[in-house]
Design a protein around this ligand. Sequence first.
Ligand code: ADP
Length: 481
Amino acid sequence: MDIQLQTQLFIDGQFVDSANGSTFEVENPAEAAALASVAEAKEADIDRAVRAARAAFDSDAWQRLPARERGRLLHRLADLAEADIDALARIETLQNGKPYFESRHIDLPEAIAVLRYYAGWADKIQGETLPAADGMFNDTRREPLGVVGAIVPWNFPLLLAVWKIAPALACGNTVVLKPAEETPLTALKLAELAARAGFPAGAINVVPGFGPSAGGALVRHPGVDKIAFTGSTEVGREIMRAASESLKPVSLELGGKSPNIVFADADLKAAVRGVTTGIFYGKGEVCAAGSRLFVEAGIHDEFMEQIVDRARKMTPGDPFDKGTRLGALVSKQQLDRVLHYVQAGVSEGAELLTGGVRVDRPGYFVEAAVFDKVKPEMTIAQEEIFGPVLAGLTFEDVDQAIALGNQTIYGLAAGVWTRDIKKAHRVAHGLRAGTVWVNTFNRYDPTTPFGGYKQSGFGRDLGMHALDGYTQVKSVWIDLS
Ligand code: ADP
């Protein structure tokens, strides 16, 4: 397939070079080879993009556009993405290293579904009339914030961009999107489609560049009204600090160390499948990855055996091969990070049952790793690895399962496997996490809110809950006396 990449910044409806002409290399991690040279946004470019977004926000073309027309534009963007789905999926896999199957049959269809879901919301965002003082008419309006700065990571480059862009636009904001430096290419392609869909110039701007320079400039810019961020907890902290200068609201979807808790009464076949895909899907580079496995003591040996068996079938290899279940990690840096954590697990005394070694081929491949005899305080049970490494622990009863499940700084997601409905509810209620999956894992839907408890962040992506993060409420009083 011949694919046309976009490699310039997208500002004010045009693809342009960066002000000082600088560029950076994007790599194909499955081959450890250069993929494209992309324009690098720096402070001056971010400023230009924010000004374009601000002018677009203030323009009649946007302010007077009927809400249903914003919905129609989002539907049209979804149509164009659908027509180009193979190319988009291919670019996603080339830049991220994930299996093409995942890009083509999961990421892209989900991104399109999210665009359509928020297209439907565009003309359903409404206020209320309130019984305020006698002789007064009081109503509320849910108004857009203005210019939204969206900063997204490299693990689901297009999907997570759409998680922010779609509700932001549906609510009537304009957007400056900074994709991750590893994976800017699908976001740029989406910008091309947005222009074709008929979005006014400046409504969507895409500015690839590095975190502290491009991302930092966006966070500090006084013309940006809100930062919507998905990424690491560490960078989330930095963003919140920087945003405090201009008192910008932020929504942060951060890291996780999600537990998968398997009771002896569970459908074990389903649990084995759920636990392995829960950690190895997306190479474990998934913020909700079920990276801590808690197995009830009575079934421990049998269960771990099956997990190891299945982990060994997670063949790493060419992301475009049909048999590949584990793609390439996104970068050399990420590979080193994962190998470092495997080493930490071994040296702290956990037992490595399988995997955790680099595959002898070009590209950043590592074999699916399963640890047993992990203690809750060990590094691999506490820190987010963001790779295909499962930490196995045991528990004795429901209360201990809940306590151990909660024993990290994170609270993004959790899984529970049991046939006992009371146990399922007790654990689901007891876990401090934004999402709990019972007898399933890693399920997402445009209608369902997703976000963190504790240091996994705040604010919600998806569902009607995300609309709260892209609107503000105005109360209007009218004296009728
Ligand atoms: P990950 O661990 O998934 O790579 P990061 O949190 O490092 O996630 O990066 C997520 C996004 O945040 C990327 O687009 C990155 O460029 C951006 N970023 C990194 N550092 C900063 C920063 N100091 N200010 C703003 N954005 C940043």
